[in-house]
Design a protein around this ligand. Structure first.
Ligand SMILES: NC(=O)c1ccc[n+]([C@@H]2O[C@H](COP(=O)([O-])OP(=O)(O)OC[C@H]3O[C@@H](n4cnc5c(N)ncnc54)[C@H](O)[C@@H]3O)[C@@H](O)[C@H]2O)c1
Ligand SMILES: [Zn+2]
Length: 262
């Protein structure tokens, strides 16, 4: 978050000061810090203010992760699992092989995930044809429509990594119900997410808003607004593959939410 704030300030002051990023968390070294975006929460919304800015350079020094709290060490693993799910089956399998080491936050295993996650994120941004997200498809945001809303509902007490774990669980269970994903593949992915130490559920997922509606469902409309046009949600039909859909069956989303509350 600090990196996003400084990146935003640097990209607007004097119409943009060149800046060099030095990410110091697993999340930022593997994902946020190596991208082209910065975002600051505003109006109580996730990333409402921000810019697309290419950093002059990025320095990923893995020594920084040694001093992180356990939660912050673990957070980056989830974005590794995310990017593996949408585009790199081999990476997913390597994370599976290292699940026990990752659960205990082993340094070598974490470094493997951070480096490959960073590579995959950069490769996607550089080669997928839409680095500045002019279209509505944002595959790197798999699981994020729930995640962003969940962070907000919790008053940001649920961190980004924890929220993405839950958000992916919702979209995976939804996909099984929708007939997009095999149940055994879903169970395999959920086992990995839990196996490396993430919870798949938080009470905030089933919170009602003042009007008595499920608060999390507002996340779909806010995600569409954030995309600036058509709703596009990336789902995972098989490990290493992605599928874009333009509508979500709210009834099936609710079923997925309730299934996690067990
Ligand atoms: N811009 C993007 O494309 C993008 C992508 C993914 C995530 N994000 C956002 O990034 C945010 C998370 O930010 P972050 O991961 O940079 O963390 P952060 O800046 O919020 O820091 C997390 C905590 O760790 C501490 N800390 C940081 N480095 C440390 C170190 N080396 N040793 C000890 N303590 C350290 C910080 O003081 C803070 O308390 C989320 O809100 C997420 O939404 C942005
Ligand atoms: Zn994320």
């Amino acid at each position: 978050a600090f990196l996003d704030l400084v990146g935003f300030a640097a990209s607007t002051a004097h119409r943009g000061i060149r800046h060099i990023r030095v990410p110091t968390t697993t999340l930022s070294q593997g994902d946020g810090g190596v991208g082209v975006k910065n975002g600051v929460n505003y109006f109580g919304k996730k990333n409402w203010v921000g810019t697309f800015t290419i950093p002059f350079a990025i320095i990923n020094d893995l020594n920084f992760i040694r001093t992180l709290a356990d939660g912050a060490k673990r957070d980056g693993i989830i974005e590794g699992i995310k990017v593996a799910l949408i585009r790199d089956r081999g990476f997913f399998e390597d994370i599976e092989k290292n699940a026990a080491a990752l659960a205990s936050l082993d340094e070598d295993a974490l470094e493997m995930v951070i480096l490959r996650s960073a590579e995959q994120h950069v490769d996607h941004i550089a080669t997928a044809g839409d680095p500045f997200e002019l279209g509505s498809a944002r595959p790197l945001d798999f699981g994020h429509w729930v995640a962003h809303k969940l962070e907000q509902i919790s008053g940001f007490s649920i961190g980004h990594g924890e929220a993405v774990a839950i958000g992916m669980a919702v979209d995976l269970l939804y996909s099984v119900r929708k007939g997009i994903l095999a149940e055994e593949t879903c169970e395999r992915v959920l086992a990995l997410i839990e196996g490396v130490g993430f919870a798949l559920y938080a009470d905030e997922l089933l919170r009602r808003d003042d009007a008595g509606q499920w608060a999390i469902l507002r996340g779909l409309e806010e995600f569409r607004e954030h995309l600036g046009g058509e709703l596009t949600v990336t789902l995972v039909p098989a490990i290493g593959e992605k599928l874009e859909v333009h509508e979500m069956d709210v009834q099936l989303v609710l079923e997925a939410l309730h299934e996690l509350d067990r």
